[in-house]
Design a protein around this ligand. Sequence first.
Ligand code: SF4
Length: 368
Amino acid sequence: MTEKIERQALAVSRGGNGEAATGAGTRLARKAAEMPGSDKADSPDQPLFPWGNKRRFNAYSDFLRRHYGTRLQKLSVNAGFSCPNRDGRKGWGGCVFCNNSAFNPSYCEPSKPIRVQLEEGKAFHAWRYRKSVKYIAYFQAYSNTYAPLEVLKARYEEALSVPGVAGLAIGTRPDCVNEEILDYLARLSERCLLHLEMGIESCYDKSLRWMKRGHGFECARKAFASASERGIPTGTHLILGLPSQSREEDLEQAEMVSSLPVQSLKLHQLQIIKGTALERDYASDPDRFRFFSLEEYIDFVIDFTERLSPSICIERFSGEAPPRFQAGPTFGMIRADMVLQRIEKRMEERDTWQGKLAQQSAADSSHG
Ligand code: SF4
């Protein structure tokens, strides 16, 4: 076990995703050196796993704390952007699973200035996380690079002007970035923490068509490469359990995502959300869907994690839309943090860890 972990540690420290990812890693390391408390990354404790702690997966929250020396709380913002899959440019109805209301916190109303949303978000989280001293403004709803550059600049700058906001997480689609936007984001990432989240949801074109995404996987591959060439840290999302994919295909995506120069990944189990095309599909043909039970999901997501590159941080393992939005089977009243605890406990029982079964090509080439 130890020798394999050491080889993976070498791959992580050298940029396990190859040269393209290394630019973002270097940029992050430089930003880290500028943040207070960043010396915590050099703890004298001997790390057990490649990502520098004893947890059995590379947690994005730990990565942020390690590199920025403090807990960073995300504050959602609805900046009033639209989406090309809703305004007719790519489609009208949106992706089949999408209902932005299901994850939009109550303080996020596009009618309120971004500054006000962020101040209300700070107040909302203040009682829960008294130790949070820095915030990331999370441009979450719709496609947050889908506007002329001057509009984007004004909205991002408004967020960065709020006291305590150390950076931006920008959620968008792979087909909503271009060279001009990426060049600007690269410059912006020189002066603040920046994370560009481009959801792909699936690595298979047949599923992207089924979800009515309006773009293919190659579009995503190019967008991640272009961002990475500029040193912009990126993240992505996948939905596990789509009826258009087999469980084996779900699992194979671990390798496919590992081949992308992404820094972080969010995993979600398929949920049927009210007010979506998926709700109607499910109501008319429920037998087409096969949902994970909680126990199945925990083991499945561990199988996935074993095959995922150890250099990719995992930001979440499961989704949790509020119960009032659920229109299909769920994991019950269990919160995502409890699911996470169960996953970590099960990883210990199985004596496994992220990347245990990942392709060794990155690690092996690092020895050359
Ligand atoms: S998931 Fe994103 S891209 Fe799809 S319709 Fe919703 S906002 Fe648009």
